[in-house]
Design a protein. Sequence first.
Length: 564
Amino acid sequence: MASSAAAAALLPIPSSPSCSSSEDSDEAKPLPPPPAPEDHSPPPQQQQQQERRRRRGWQMERDCNVAMRDLALAGDVDGVFAVFDELKRAGADGGAPPNVLCCNTLVNALAEAGRAGEALKVFEEMLASGVAPNASSYNILIKLHARQLQFDLAWELIHKSDLEPDVGAYSTLITGLCRAGKVVEAWGVLDWMLEKNCRPMVHTYTPIVQAYCSDGRIEEAKLLMAEMEHVGCLPNAVTYNVLIRALCDDGRFDEVDQVLVESRTKDWKPTTVTYNIYMNGLCRKGKAKEALEQLDVMLGEGLDPTAYTLSILLNCLCHDSRLLDAIYLLQRSTELKWYAGVVAYNTVMSRLCEMGKWMAILKLLTDMIKKGIEPNTRTFNILIRSLCVGRKSSLAKSLIHSQGFPANVVTYNILIHWFYYRGKLTEANRLISLMEEKNIARDEVTYTIIVAALCREGKFDAATGFFLQSLKSGLSMDVLTVLLSRLVHADKIWEINRIFDRKDLAPDHHVFDLTIRTFCRAGYCCLRWDAPRIHEGNLEMQQTVELDGESGSGQLAVATIGGP
DNA sequence: GTAGGGTTAG
């Protein structure tokens, strides 16, 4: 097992850490109440009234928190904010700010939605209003920092808070590190915990199992799970679900069956999520029929399907070209007591969109609204796309200005792509400016669409300009692929040198592979791979490309990989 | 009631 205590040294180490279990540190610790007035206490009747009011307030906070949690689960962060503001206003009459649990729910919802600035602001407001944070508050902030790759801040927070760092805080940090692909550092934190006699839990190991799995290192994940059993921290359904998902992605369905059979003699039971993962995995590998068979197995085990299950099944039916079955299941879902959510509708509608059946899409859209299922941005985008395909693109474009339809980068990509495709360059450019006005950042797909369209128009300088702009948010192989292939096909291969000369582009072996492959496909010969050499502490790889015909031969570029 | 796993788009 790979482990490195040294990795913890990558993070600032506090002077004297200690550790407590999550059970005893997870309680709200309100600030001491203000000193009681020295005069007489209120008469009994008034006391009763106060007590009733307090209970009502307490109940209201509970209800609001449940509502906020549900809204957050549905992805409606603004809804969460609205309920919180309502609570704040109601509290303002009696002078009580929202309690720590409600604040946590809001901060967490904002953090999950990537709205870090607002999350921190709410946290600061909570402190300012005299509400003391609890262990969960700090864990949410740790998660927030970790998601922004600010691991030093997260580490600092673990040891700076008034509460002693607990296994939950460390596990949250480990999760963040693993998500960022920093498994070695995650091991470092785990070692640090062990040194401090803080016992890891399943929550501590499972993210590492996941990191291995998503890196395709399934055997190492299995070894770690065996190690977990060995140290008495048994993998649970979540851990096995992570493994099953990786096995599915790798098409190793026999092993999935084996894991499921073994569960009968082990200390975990498959859940609905397990079967959701399995069915979806089968479906993605073109085994829709086998996926539908697993539904019977799942029901046979007494497991209830969820909204996820229904969406996955609908996806299977769509992939199995059983669209009528899908529509039937969707329309009868309520009487079958299968909860159909917005995703279920989106799944079927997007398949209908691919088939150009936009009347059927409008029918389902009406159905869902009648059922009280609120369309979301994805629904909206499916509608936009189907309108474009149905040659109603001006109607599609006008929709982005209408209230209640939150257009996002995907919306703009669909429209920009469509207008370019129809040769309406002015419209496309207008949308690109509009995006900027609305502060909607371009993504890889936007750049790919723009670069491809400009190259088609022969505007290679402008296309290269957009490619260089795209580098600000990191190199996208998709954008580079489009640019290179268009340049090569337009016999503008030496333009490529201009790109490679840029300081902000450090080509690695992927870039080289792509470049060479593009040249070869276009009929140019790739003659020589030079041996890598070490030069001034850097590993340099050089590939010499000799070109057919009058261009003669020339050196393309030098890639420098690694460092001292 | 906070920390780990599952569905749909360009």
